[in-house]
Design a protein around this ligand. Structure first.
Ligand code: ZN
Length: 166
């Protein structure tokens, strides 16, 4: 068997577009530009970020700063803040988008549907009657009627308005 070398310059774009190495959530965590990274709020040990590939408009994730994949590895301080920020995120989504429902959850491990399995994050997905069921949309990119920047602005505003209550 011989090895063929094929000269295919049109593949250069595809090769350049391959995913960056390393953990995407760690990269977002280290970002100095919250807006560019779509971070809507930062705590001491966790942050809240708008999902770039949302299931529905306003899909947020609460993410630990540390690169850990198991709940039991969280310190009490990290865990408490994680849940506190999950509550705040739920309140902001309700204020900004008035969804009829909300899915909140973690996918731990590949068989459980985790896209990024080694870095803990809690999904908050706003839901409306008549949208797709949660399970079938996992792994798919949904097309959104609301632009991502508009969504970001709406959430920032909502976080400002609920700050005093949480
Ligand atoms: Zn990470």
């Amino acid at each position: 068997m011989t090895t063929e070398i094929i000269w295919a310059p049109w593949r250069a774009g595809f090769i350049k577009a391959k995913p960056e190495k390393g953990c995407v959530l760690c990269r977002i965590s280290r970002s100095m530009d919250n807006r560019k990274s779509l971070i809507v709020k930062r705590g001491k040990c966790n942050f809240i970020v708008l999902n770039k590939f949302p299931y529905t408009s306003g899909h947020l994730m609460v993410v630990t700063n540390r690169h850990i994949g198991a709940l039991e590895k969280l310190s009490t301080i990290e865990a408490n803040e994680h849940f506190r920020l999950t509550r705040t995120a739920a309140a902001a989504i309700r204020k900004a988008f008035k969804p009829e429902g909300l899915n909140v959850g973690m996918n731990l491990g590949r068989p459980a549907g985790a896209g990024i399995k080694d870095h803990l994050h809690t999904h908050l997905v706003p839901r409306w009657a008549g949208d797709s069921n949660f399970m079938p949309v996992i792994g798919e990119t949904r097309i959104n009627s609301i632009d991502i920047e508009e969504t970001y602005e709406a959430l920032l505003e909502a976080f400002k308005r609920i700050r005093s209550k949480t």
